[in-house]
Design a protein around this ligand. Structure first.
Ligand code: BEZ
Length: 203
């Protein structure tokens, strides 16, 4: 299988962490793609009409996207139970959506600062994205700690990769403030071999 990815992408990192955690890392060839909303990659667009990474090309020629679909596929392929059945399934998927939502908002903040000319940047809009991130961190810190402390699942992986991206691109904003329990959880989670092996490049 061939994975179109970028080492800075938190969505691609989710996939890399799942590959490590489920011992499928050697089944995938990593193909690094450099792209942005203003500079799409033609080859990626042929595989994913949305032009986004990660995209996983299977040997049968089918390309899977986005990261949620790829991770669900890899989980089923390995029979690893990262997306459990029963009541915990819906909690796990909601937690994954929370982590992915943090990534979505954080990426918009990144793009606003990096891609939009300074005179067109809108601070209230950036602040609104950051508010979403802080609200999500507060919900994780108050309502999700017992789930986060449970067996490894897709929700934890998404949240771990989202927090890592906040450190990577938005460290100065200080997401840990007021979120002590979440910060302590992340300290342990980020030490996992899968997280260390998939570290983002230096900012
Ligand atoms: C980044 O540089 O932050 C980035 C690059 C590719 C995808 C997502 C994020």
């Amino acid at each position: 299988m061939k994975l179109a990815f970028n080492p800075a992408s938190p969505y691609a990192r989710k996939v890399a962490v799942v590959l490590h955690e489920t011992s499928q890392i050697d089944d995938v060839e990593f193909s690094e793609v450099v792209l942005s909303p203003l500079a799409p990659d033609a080859e990626t667009a042929q595989k994913n009409p949305l032009g986004k990474i990660p995209a996983l090309e299977r040997p049968d020629g089918v390309t899977l996207y986005d990261s949620r679909v790829i991770c669900a596929f890899l989980d089923e392929r390995a029979g690893s139970g990262l997306i459990p059945s029963g009541a915990r399934r819906w909690e796990t998927l909601t937690l994954e959506a929370t982590g992915d939502g943090i990534m979505d908002a954080a990426l918009l903040v990144t793009y606003e600062a990096r891609l939009r000319p300074a005179e067109l940047q809108m601070e209230p809009w950036t602040d609104a994205q950051w508010d979403k991130i802080m609200q999500a961190c507060t919900a994780l810190n108050t309502r999700w700690m017992s789930h986060l402390a449970g067996p490894l699942d897709m929700g934890q992986i998404s949240v771990g990769c989202a927090l890592a991206y906040l450190d990577f691109r938005h460290d100065a904003r200080g997401w840990r403030k007021g979120h002590d329990a979440l910060a302590a959880w992340y300290e342990t989670f980020s030490a996992r071999a899968s997280m260390q092996a998939s570290r983002s490049p230096e900012a």
